[in-house]
Design a protein around this ligand. Structure first.
Ligand code: SOE
Length: 411
């Protein structure tokens, strides 16, 4: 099926006219939001065409609530226009991709409206603030896919070259049947109890705390890497600092120094889970934003019958691999520096050994997305992947509310 877009909706007649895909047509991008994720996404839109063979695109509109601030951000981040009205922007015929970089409570409303307006959609992780919202997004995404549209959740860590290499090793059977998966995501930017509130600490905006913010990455990665679902999980959530200085420190970049009135924190500071994979392996999962000394440490350990791997985001160009097929007496975890042209994504950048960074994962994700639009191939991580993650997060919260009993997870 050739891609046919953009859909031109005739609302009065309730029809959608499909405009044939023109590979030479420039894809107009609109981003909703310009804080931390809006900034990270802007750098990826700016760079992806320079390093990857993707359809032509233009950063057309940056959307934000404050006209002055969004205009300043657009100038810095390379957007042609600005708007304070996302509903009007998603109806424009010169917008083909809508990139949702808002706090979680707006993901469902904006993404569904953009899909129904005939646009391709990227939404930041986690997909939504609840399973119900995620289900509605999957329904809208499935209907849009039938119209030739594409929709993904930006679980960008799938696109770390070392993670993509780990996925290849597992898919090639180098680890064999998996016994143990240990996943942790530790940060410390909320360790200081005087660090003020931000949308990430308000349940009505973020849905949850570390569980959704960091746990969503882990849940997606362990299912993506193993190729298995998580059949059940028991666990808990906890809040170490239950009151913080009020205010609005945006994406939470302000550490400490908060003063004034106190606001109750209604989301978790940390969460944990012990689960079982569909293949029988055991999952240990832990997330926190109060692990003093850990700045952005996502670690993965996967132990199989024939091999094991270890990854640490704070050294994201390295993958440690224990090859069980090696000579007895000579085996050991060896460090693979994932910076060679044969490694996933790396050849698009620099000569061997020139390391990449956190921001490159967004460029890789957008390159995959734009390629799937051009070639009309399935896009990932899909909204269904996002719902699968939301069910795991929901099960941990349900387990926590019921004495950490094991909760079965629907597939
Ligand atoms: C949390 O601080 C956070 O910004 C996450 O929201 C991002 O997804 C992660 O990449 C970095 O940490």
């Amino acid at each position: 099926m050739s891609i046919e877009w953009p859909l031109v909706r005739n609302v009065e007649k309730g029809t959608c006219r499909i405009v044939p895909f023109d590979p030479e047509q420039t894809l107009g991008v609109a981003a909703i939001g310009y804080a931390f994720m809006g900034k990270a996404h802007s750098q990826a839109w700016r760079n992806v065409s320079a390093y990857f063979d993707v359809p032509p695109l233009e950063q057309r509109v940056l959307v934000g609530r404050d006209a002055t601030q969004v205009a300043a951000a657009a100038k810095k981040f390379g957007w042609r226009e600005t708007s304070t009205d996302w509903r009007a922007v998603i109806e424009r015929d010169d917008i083909h991709i809508v990139d949702v970089c808002t706090p979680g409570h707006l993901h469902a409303e904006v993404a569904i409206a953009a899909l129904e307006a005939g646009k391709h959609v990227i939404v930041e992780k986690p997909i939504a603030n609840s399973v119900d919202e995620a289900k509605r997004m999957v329904a809208a995404g499935d209907a849009a896919t039938k119209r030739g549209q594409h929709a993904i959740v930006n679980f960008n860590y799938r696109r770390v070259p070392a993670i993509a290499l780990a996925k290849k090793l597992i898919d090639d059977g180098r680890l064999g049947p998996l016994h143990h998966v240990r996943a942790a995501y530790l940060q410390d930017w909320l360790n200081d109890p005087t660090t003020p509130m931000s949308w990430r600490l308000r349940k009505e905006d973020a849905g949850s705390g570390a569980l959704g913010d960091l746990g969503s990455h882990l849940a997606d990665l362990v299912m993506h890497l193993t190729g298995e679902s998580i059949d059940s999980i028991s666990g808990g959530v906890t809040t170490f600092v239950d009151k913080r200085p009020t205010g609005n420190s945006g994406d939470g970049g302000i550490r400490g120094t908060g003063g004034g009135a106190l606001e109750t924190v209604a989301v978790d500071d940390a969460a944990w889970g012990t689960g079982r994979f569909s293949g029988g392996g055991i999952l240990q999962l832990e997330v926190t934003r109060l692990a003093l000394g850990r700045k952005n440490q996502l670690t993965l350990e996967i132990y199989g019958e024939r091999g094991s791997i270890r990854f640490d985001l704070e050294n994201l160009n390295e993958l440690w691999f224990f090859d069980g097929s090696g000579m007895p007496g000579e085996q050991g975890f060896r460090r693979i520096l994932v910076t060679e042209a044969d490694h996933p994504y790396v050849g698009h950048w620099w000569p061997d050994g020139h390391i990449l960074g956190w921001e490159h994962t967004f460029v890789h994700q957008f390159a995959e997305f734009l390629t799937s639009i051009r070639d009309d191939t399935p896009s990932s991580p899909s909204f269904t992947d996002g719902l699968r993650v939301q069910r795991v997060l929901d099960a941990i919260e349900e387990s926590s509310a019921h004495g950490a009993r094991s909760i079965p997870i629907l597939r």
